[in-house]
Design a protein. Structure first.
Length: 274
């Protein structure tokens, strides 16, 4: 009865079904992992925003990395901006999804260490090779408050770290890479670059430019991603359960359809009555 399962069509169908089941189960766990990761990150963001600002050197060190639980933590630093070694980060968007640059300015602390400060977004100039005109930061000795961030990597951001860019333009904000770049330019202070970087909160830029990087709580997509991942995980697991059920239904239907055909063939094969 079940010899049809050995036909080419059914062998291929069975192999596809067997491959789909573990794939869909894996996709379900992947969505669940994204859900758990988003929940954990939202808790870190909420805790960091509720905490009082602390001196940056209590959370960041030269050559070190920013701990996951310290992401988005407000930190303070006193020193001056080094605009002579300012960089721009390509292909960044603002709140209106316009593509431009992020302005990365070394901030030299009173003890000589350097904190990389993302001062915000500016629009792209007509030329993609010329260094853009950037509004100046506060001059002289100043105390800044900023949002502490981890170094950016291609694996975490999905942004390819393109080489051979125009002078003073980068793709990722990575303290080790930027420190090396600054040392190549002859900046003596770049020997003591703190790990990670910070997004400037205050003092506010004169005239509103560069546009400050928005706080994560203002991004409504955070809620949407968290709400969607868990239902997607359940959906994938339901799909995985439906595959063997669907295969069985098709097999029974095939068997049912082949029954009358087999009977007709048998009758045709019988010798005619004399």
């Amino acid at each position: 009865m079940y010899r049809f399962l050995l036909t080419r069509q059914w062998v291929i169908l069975t192999i596809i079904a067997i491959a789909l089941i573990p794939t869909m189960i894996w996709l379900g766990f992947w969505q669940l992992h994204r859900h758990d990761h988003r929940q954990a990150l939202n808790k870190v963001i909420a805790a960091s925003q509720a905490a009082e600002p602390v001196p940056v050197e209590t959370l960041a060190s030269v050559g070190g990395s920013v701990a996951h639980d310290d992401m988005y933590r407000r930190v303070t630093a006193r020193g001056h901006f080094d605009t002579a070694h300012e960089l721009v980060v390509r292909r960044r968007t603002n709140a209106d999804d316009k593509v431009g640059y992020h302005v990365l300015t070394p901030f030299v602390l009173d003890d000589g260490k350097v904190l990389l400060v993302n001062r915000g977004w500016i629009p792209s100039p007509d030329s993609q090779t010329a260094f853009p005109q950037i509004p100046a930061p506060a001059r002289g000795e100043v105390t800044v408050t900023a949002r502490l961030m981890q170094d950016q990597t291609t694996a975490a951001s999905g942004i390819k770290n393109v080489k051979g860019l125009p002078d003073r333009q980068i793709m990722l904000i990575n303290s080790a890479q930027v420190g090396s770049l600054l040392r190549d330019t002859g900046d003596p202070s770049a020997k003591e670059v703190l790990g990670g970087y910070a997004e400037l909160l205050s003092p506010a830029p004169a005239g509103g430019s560069p546009e400050p990087v928005p706080a994560p709580s203002g991004d409504t997509s955070w809620i949407g991603v968290e709400d969607v991942n868990l239902p997607y995980a359940v959906q994938w697991w339901l799909f995985a359960a439906c595959v063997p059920v669907g295969w069985l239904i098709l097999a029974r239907r095939e068997l049912r359809d082949r029954g009358p055909a087999a009977e007709d063939a048998a009758r045709e094969a019988e010798p005619a009555a004399v």
